[in-house]
Design a protein around this ligand. Structure first.
Ligand code: ADP
Ligand code: ZN
Length: 610
């Protein structure tokens, strides 16, 4: 059913998308699909997964069917393709019957290169019958990890997609995801019946993201100072654990003049949709959100992702931070974390639903996340190792930039563990971190007087450390499992393997939390490869006028700004300062259709700035 390709994939890449070369494994994936093979593609966010099915859909005859769970994003995806001159459409519940009918007839008439469908729609007998009458170039199953029941984004509708193998045995299928764990990989392969597919697994490193994890003191003011000193006017996402936390923080940011919107599952659907659309369309908005926000958001110019609460797993952290810097330009993954996070996350797991096995798994996910926070080695090495990838120190994370000092905390930890034991034995009661620190420091307050802590043998044995130093110690000891926290009040109990430390047979080295140096921030604004940092005044002025022009265009068409041109292309234009249409066509990201449509306006802007 496949006629011989008339144009080569490379021609399509250059003419339609305006890119010079394929990246990484794109060319191999594209060739494999064009040749009729099935593929499983694991690539990090920003790795360029879309081209892996879009180009074969254009090269093969018939329509490429893209299955995506993200109905709210389909209109933008289609708008982006139409802007490139690609004939695309979507079928989902937001269309009225007439609109749907129109799309169906375009499909049957062979007038579509790409058609986006939600999984629940695809498996309807009516849709299956429609597709059987159409010429299908390929099936692309995006966000394929949604078929995995153990994953965090499971969608039951995805289970039905296995049927494609049977109903369309001769149509190539490609499953794509940015979820990297071997377990998810294996599960999606078997559930989607891709046993005979070729597997393309890319490196999961995101070299343009700078990873930073700082001790939490006052999360909100730390965030505000991070944004105002490093990311004023940038788009970013801030993740919080609770809905209330989200609402309050969004308000606080707005009060400080930082444009921000809240997003969580407790908001009405229209409000969520509106906030998401504004985040995608407007430049420089900060989205304050719970983890309900983000999957499939392909906004390329998110310059930072901040975490004010500890994510539940390294996988979650990686997915969330991965939403920064899809365009390959420098971006920050910034997090603050403290003792309270460890206690509250443990409590959430304990009091949550699920059986013992589930809870044990959740605890071990949390332990890996804590190990990432407390590491004295390169963050990226640790992060990639979690996905079975070995690498060397990256030079682009906080621990590489300022290797943390360690100190011999054996005696302090012995004192701490003894205090926990004494309190339990002599008071027959367990206490939270606050009271234990009071006892260690011999703090004479109402709380300690009421419990007559002064009479304990451990009273005041830790007066040599400050309250905040003890918090740091407890946080790290909890992270290592030498202490555990329990129950609603986060009382501390002995953890595992404390014997060797208590007997003096094992030493404990802890990291010294870095003290924030004034001016230390500036270093990162001159990050390697940051085009914004190297623009001179004239370039900046041109960049800003291009940005303003782009915003106008986007508003007129009702599409996100990046659909017109992503930032990376604007920087390319500023750098090249083309004076002819042909020169402009040489800039990465300027395809034929956009050249035709926007070329004259862009050249005029450049001319005016000469
Ligand atoms: P993913 O879906 O894997 O997260 P995308 O397909 O959204 O990634 O691509 C990320 C960004 O990289 C997009 O802005 C895209 O246009 C760009 N891109 C993809 N492939 C290439 C390429 N070969 N050359 C230049 N830019 C590319
Ligand atoms: Zn590093």
């Amino acid at each position: 059913m496949t006629s011989a390709p008339t144009t080569s994939p490379l021609d399509v890449l250059r003419d339609v998308f305006g890119y010079e070369e394929f990246r990484g494994q794109q060319a191999a994936v594209v060739d494999h699909l064009v040749g009729g093979g099935d593929a499983v593609v694991l690539m990090p966010t920003g790795g360029g997964k879309s081209l892996c099915y879009q180009i074969p859909s254009l090269v093969r005859s018939g329509t490429g069917i893209v299955i995506s769970p993200l109905i709210a994003l389909m209109a933008d995806q289609v708008a982006a393709l139409e802007n490139l001159g690609v004939r695309a459409a979507y079928l989902n519940s937001t269309l009225d019957p007439y609109q749907a009918q129109d799309v169906e007839s375009r499909l049957l008439a062979g007038e579509l290169d790409l058609l986006y469908l939600a999984p629940e729609r695809l498996v309807l007998p009516r849709t299956m019958a429609l597709l059987e009458r159409a010429e299908v170039a390929l099936f692309a199953i995006d966000e394929a990890h949604c078929v995995s029941q153990w994953g965090h984004d499971f969608r039951s509708d995805y289970l039905g997609l296995g049927v494609l193998a049977e109903r369309f045995p001769s149509v190539p299928r490609i499953a794509l995801t940015a979820t990297a764990t071997p377990a998810t990989h294996a599960e999606l392969t078997s559930r989607l019946h891709l046993e005979d597919a070729e597997h393309f697994v890319a490196s999961f490193d995101r070299p343009n993201i700078t990873y930073r994890i700082e001790p939490k003191s006052s999360a909100r003011s730390q965030l505000i100072s991070f944004i105002t000193t490093e990311h004023l006017g940038d788009s970013g996402i801030v993740y919080c654990l609770s809905r209330r936390g989200v609402d309050q923080l969004a308000e606080a940011l707005v009060a400080r003049g930082i444009p921000a919107l809240p997003y969580h599952a407790g908001l009405p659907a229209e409000v969520r949709a509106d906030h998401q659309a504004r985040f995608l369309r407007e430049d420089g908005l900060v989205m304050v959100a719970t983890i309900a926000f983000g999957m499939g958001i392909d906004k390329p110019d998110v310059r930072f992702v901040a975490h004010l609460d500890l994510p539940r797993s390294v996988e979650g952290y990686y997915q969330e931070t991965g939403r920064a810097g899809r365009d390959g330009l420098p971006a920050d993954a910034w997090m603050v974390y403290g003792l309270g996070d460890v206690v509250s996350q443990r409590r959430l797991i304990e009091s949550g639903e699920g059986d013992e096995v589930f809870k044990r798994r959740a605890m071990s996910h949390l332990d890996s996340m804590l190990a990432l926070c407390e590491t004295v080695d390169c963050r990226r090495v640790q992060l990639l190792r979690y996905f079975d990838e070995e690498s060397g120190p990256c030079g682009n994370c906080d621990t590489c930039a300022t290797p943390p000092a360690t100190w011999d905390a054996t005696i302090a930890v012995q004192k701490l563990l003894s205090a926990v034991i004494r309190l339990d034995r002599e008071r027959g009661q367990r206490f939270g971190a606050g009271q234990i620190i009071d006892v260690l420091r011999g703090t004479d307050n109402e709380r300690s007087r009421a419990s007559a802590h002064q009479s304990l043998s451990v009273w005041g044995i830790g007066a040599d450390l400050s309250e905040s130093q003890w918090k740091t110690v407890i946080r790290q000891v909890l992270a290592r499992g030498l202490l555990a926290s329990h129950g609603d009040y986060g009382v501390l109990v002995l953890g595992e393997d404390t014997g060797p430390v208590l007997r003096g047979e094992a030493e404990v080295f802890l990291r010294v939390d870095p003290v924030k140096r004034a001016g230390a921030k500036k270093a990162s604004s001159s990050r390697r490869g940051d085009p914004a940092a190297t623009l001179d005044a004239a370039d900046s002025a041109l960049f800003e006028s291009l940005r303003a022009w782009r915003a106008e265009q986007a508003k007129e068409q009702g599409v996100p700004a990046y659909v017109i041109f992503p930032d990376a292309t604007l920087y390319g234009i500023v750098e090249a300062r083309p004076s002819t249409i042909a020169e402009l066509g040489g800039v990465s990201g300027v395809g034929l259709k956009k050249l035709d449509r926007y070329g004259p306006a862009v050249l005029e802007l450049i001319g005016a700035r000469r």
